[in-house]
Design a binder for this molecule. Structure first.
Ligand code: ZN
Ligand code: ZN
Length: 289
């Protein structure tokens, strides 16, 4: 049997500075992690100073992480589809700032929620509005590295008309962008289940992956958020539970963990209690067999 390369971790705290995130990840036995590049509940944040950036690079190296292992998560205020022009402008500025930080930290991915027009526009127009916002970010922020960073669209539970509950919506946004080569996707298991993908067993998980391959392309898959779901199938509720303690259950996560197509991608827990992540990582690794 070929050896697996499972890189699994959690969305760890960056309290006290981003340089603490790799340390926090290592402490729970993680091989991958997510972090917020700045305070996720505010529009403004001071830029990094040089010491912070240098300490971050040192911490990455000392704790054995590389660029591929990190999937930063953009702030929750960002809504590129907002019908409020001021909010949309702040969202474009905020995402651009976070994308710049991602690049400054030497990272290659920034995950964000596509957004919603709150029912003011139809689906197609909403996707085009979001794509136009993405294009503004990519025109504003330069990345001259050989492999420039990607913006990663996360699937959603579909609550509040949020785009991304179907892979068709994600594909529509990518198709409407002038920079499709700079876009990738992340699948959150809780969001997928709440959006109606029955991933409680291998057949269901394979069916999701087949849809993803057909509609978006597996080469665009940049990471997975591993969360069980409080809400039922199709409930459209974005409420995370610990692995095996929600409506998806262990068999679903066994299928995810045994899927070799995910090897090398950051697999990131976003379950409620950080004290349990170390144990949860061990559980998931045991499901991989
Ligand atoms: Zn998210
Ligand atoms: Zn969620």
């Amino acid at each position: 049997m070929a050896t697996r390369n499972i890189t699994l971790g959690a969305h760890v705290s960056a309290a006290g500075g981003v340089q603490n995130a790799p340390v926090n990840a290592r402490e729970i036995g993680a091989g991958a992690f997510a972090l917020f590049t700045r305070n996720q509940r505010r529009w403004q944040a001071p830029p990094y100073n040089d010491d912070t950036v240098a300490s971050y690079h040192t911490a990455m190296e000392e704790n054995g992480f590389s660029r591929k292992n990190v999937l930063p998560h953009a702030g929750y205020l960002i809504n590129l589809g907002s019908p409020d022009e001021a909010v949309r402008e702040k969202s474009i500025g905020g995402l651009a700032d976070e994308f710049g930080r991602t690049i400054t930290l030497g990272l290659g991915l920034l995950n964000f929620h596509p957004g919603t027009s709150k029912g003011t526009l139809d689906e197609d127009a909403t996707c085009r509005r979001i794509a136009a916002g993405i294009d503004e970010v990519l025109r504003t922020v330069q990345d001259n590295r050989e492999e420039p960073a990607l913006l990663v669209l996360e699937n959603t539970a579909g609550q509040g008309n949020n785009m991304g509950a179907t892979f068709e919506q994600l594909a529509r946004i990518i198709d409407a962008s002038s920079f499709p080569e700079r876009l990738a996707v992340c699948v959150d298991t809780c969001h997928a289940f709440a959006a109606g993908f029955d991933i409680r067993d291998r057949t269901g998980w394979d069916s999701l992956m087949n849809d993803l391959e057909r509609i978006v392309g597996l080469d665009r898959l940049a990471g997975i958020h591993l969360n069980d779901s409080l809400g039922e199938l199709g409930s459209r509720k974005d409420r995370h539970r610990h692995i095996g303690e929600g409506e998806i259950g262990l068999e679903g996560f066994r299928a995810v963990m045994q899927d070799t197509r995910l090897d090398g991608l950051p697999l990131v827990l976003e379950t409620p209690e950080s004290e349990r992540w170390e144990e949860e990582i061990r559980l998931l690794l045991s499901l991989a067999g």
